[in-house]
Design a protein around this ligand. Sequence first.
Ligand SMILES: [Mg+2]
Length: 233
Amino acid sequence: MRRRGKIKAVLFDIDGTILNCNSAGRASLIQATKEVFGTIGRMEKLDFQGKTDPVILNESLHMMGFSDEDIRDKTDTLKERYFFHLNENIHKYEVIIFPGIIGLLEKLSSMENIALGLLTGNFTESAKIKLSSHGLNRFFRFGAYGDDAPVRDLLPEVAKRRMDKLFSTDIAFKDTFIIGDTIHDVRCARYAGAVSVAVGTGWGEPETLKKENPDHYFNNLENFNDFIKLLED
Ligand SMILES: [Mg+2]
């Protein structure tokens, strides 16, 4: 049997890192909430960044004064309506893929010692819908999603369980690169003991992101070989 070298993992955030779906997600969530709860309260003013979808839903519904019970009862319907609208909106809104992303994903999936996955606050289903806009689901064989854990910091453990199983090995967090566009991605990587890679393609200020001291920072991934080099040592 051929010996396989050490496997390293690369886990991507979606919004602001891989793509910008131009508010298709937010618009869909607002439409769904209006349908199911009859109001959107102050949802339009909420900061969605870095938060998982379940947390966004919970926070907004609590702010509107709905009880835990009411929220619990209606969450499944709300999710269903959200996915329905997202499926429609993803084709109406212009979804932009950031520079270098396709090339980087192609390169990473051609490397045999790389476990390529997702680490995102999106629900599993919304992640799939967003990535389907540009046929990107083919690159990802596993992921950790917003519906796997209530907070982002717990997602690396979930990703690890899945990738270890898929690759029948134990991939260390120090060999796991978490790429994201917010301070929450950097903190989540640090919490897990993973390598944080911040990209300046999101909505936040680059200075704020740099101040969080990510292990690596890129304005964007256009020159993606600079990122590939990080995996080579
Ligand atoms: Mg993001």
